[in-house]
Design a protein around this ligand. Structure first.
Ligand SMILES: Nc1ncnc2c1ncn2[C@@H]1O[C@H](COP(=O)(O)OP(=O)(O)O)[C@@H](O)[C@H]1O
Ligand SMILES: [Mg+2]
Length: 456
């Protein structure tokens, strides 16, 4: 992905070369002649008589450059330069120096000035400098935006807990699909992370700077939903497919879309250019046994949406993620409620592993919260919480997808975790207590994603 591919079609996302030039000089004649020359060369100069006045229009992402005199009453050019460099070190500032100010100009370059012009200056050199500075400004703003997007995307990716092969695969798919342009279908039981993954897909890709618009196809009558999606909208305003232009339109509960609207959606999809102006991420939330999305959607729409399909696995089949998720959310709630997370016993771990989790991660998060609250009151156990939930949902404990090895590992992980906690991260103390050589302990901690820093 190159910066220019990131630029939006309408240029709002710093895709265009910036064009503004702020010209600051206390002498009216100088301002006028600089400004006139720059205008004649096709630039858009704006003149200011003092640094203070100019600062009112300058900000960290200012789409342009600054040309300023050094000697001025009030804030002088050097002080302004320092201030601007503190605000945005990539903002090009060109200084105009009087005759014999060379040492000052050198100091200015050291502070981060883009370049300087000695009076009386050569107009040709001024336009050359301005052109190069504006170009550089464009690139700097673009890469800043790109970094921002990647940063946001990786924050979201970090929220995805779990190192099971399924989770590793899911992370790879999110990164791949996120970069691609086609529409996406996300399927999976309730609470498996479909909505979170839809956001992650948007955040890791080139559409990250654009809107993510979410709407449910459930509960609205056909006419209202059609108007909201495709227009015309009653009170004016944009239909959602337009509002999400350049970005992502997330259609939750796609299985509830009527046949008529399915046809309408298909024709809107077919009319879009390639790559599509609005990317559609459809989420199927209905999981009646025996009914698949292929039975519900018309085949031509299904195949358009399912070119890239993600099916999120149920929690009960991801044995090794269950404890990592529980621990991560219990730690979050412990911080929120200002009371420690409960120690897990081997029996707690075994119950967490065997629960059927019909509500998947959402249900596990709720158990983690209850466990922290319970621990604060000093009552109950994780086992009793899991049993109570289980009875409520009528599910039996299950060992589906979990060989004995998973339980043994869960036990081992819990034991190391608890011991590390008790010894506040002292590796030596844990080695002694568990009779483990350092290397084995390190290997096991790496295997279970336990980090010493979390205990000190
Ligand atoms: N891999 C994951 N790691 C951590 N939290 C997750 C993960 N997947 C989902 N969650 C969390 O689980 C809850 C349910 O996820 P959500 O995306 O709402 O599920 P769905 O849309 O499939 O019903 C949310 O709070 C979400 O942040
Ligand atoms: Mg959801």
């Amino acid at each position: 992905m190159t910066p220019s591919e990131l630029a939006s079609p309408d240029g709002t996302h710093s895709g265009r070369t910036p064009s503004r030039i702020v010209v600051i000089d206390d002498e009216q004649d100088m301002r006028a002649s600089i400004s006139q020359w720059l205008s004649l060369s096709g630039f858009q100069p704006e003149t200011y008589a003092s640094a203070e006045e100019a600062l009112a229009v300058l900000s960290a992402d200012f789409p342009g450059i600054v040309v300023t005199d050094i000697r001025m009453p009030g804030m002088d050019g050097m002080a302004l330069l320092k201030k601007l460099m503190g605000m945005d070190a990539t903002l090009p500032v060109i200084l105009i120096t009087g005759h014999g100010d060379v040492p000052m100009a050198v100091e200015a370059m050291r502070l981060g000035a883009w370049d300087f012009l000695e009076k009386p200056f050569d107009p040709e050199r001024m336009t050359d400098l301005a052109r190069a500075a504006l170009k550089a400004r464009g690139l700097a703003l673009e890469s800043k935006a790109l970094r921002q997007e990647l940063a946001d995307g990786s924050t979201l990716m970090r929220r995805l807990v779990g190192n099971s092969p399924e989770m590793v695969r899911l992370r790879e798919d999110i990164l791949d699909f996120g970069q691609a342009d086609g529409h996406v279908l996300i399927d999976g039981e309730t609470g498996t992370g479909k909505t979170l993954v839809a956001h992650a897909l948007h955040a890791v890709g080139p559409r990250a700077g654009k809107k993510f618009v979410s709407v449910s196809c459930l509960g609205l009558d056909d006419d209202t939903l059609a108007a909201r999606l495709f227009g015309p909208v009653e009170q004016g305003g944009l239909p959602l497919i337009e509002e999400a232009r350049g970005g992502t339109l997330c259609l939750e509960d796609i299985e509830a879309l009527s046949p008529a609207l399915q046809g309408r959606l298909l024709s809107v999809i077919n009319d879009q250019p390639t790559p599509p102006a609005t990317r559609i991420v459809a989420i199927c939330n209905d999981h009646k046994p025996g009914r698949t999305l292929e039975d519900v959607l018309r085949p031509d729409l299904y195949y358009r949406l399912a070119a890239m399909k993600l099916t999120l696995p149920p929690l009960r089949t991801r044995g090794e993620d269950i404890l990592a998720l529980f621990k991560s959310y219990a730690a979050d709630y412990a911080e929120e409620y200002g009371s420690p997370a409960p120690d897990l016993s081997a029996q707690d771990a075994a119950y967490l592993l065997q629960a059927p989790w019909p509500g998947n991660i959402r249900q596990l998060i709720s158990i983690a919260e209850q466990a922290v609250l319970q621990n604060r009151r000093g009552t109950g156990s994780v086992v009793s919480l899991v049993m109570a939930e289980n009875e409520a949902s009528g599910g039996a404990l299950t060992t589906e997808g979990k060989p004995l090895k998973d339980y043994v590992e869960a036990f081992e992980r819990t034991l190391i975790d608890n011991t590390m906690r008790r010894h506040k991260g002292s590796i030596v103390a844990v080695m002694e207590e568990l009779c483990l050589p350092r290397r084995t302990l390190n290997e096991k901690m790496a295997k279970y994603s336990l980090s010493r820093a979390d205990y000190t």
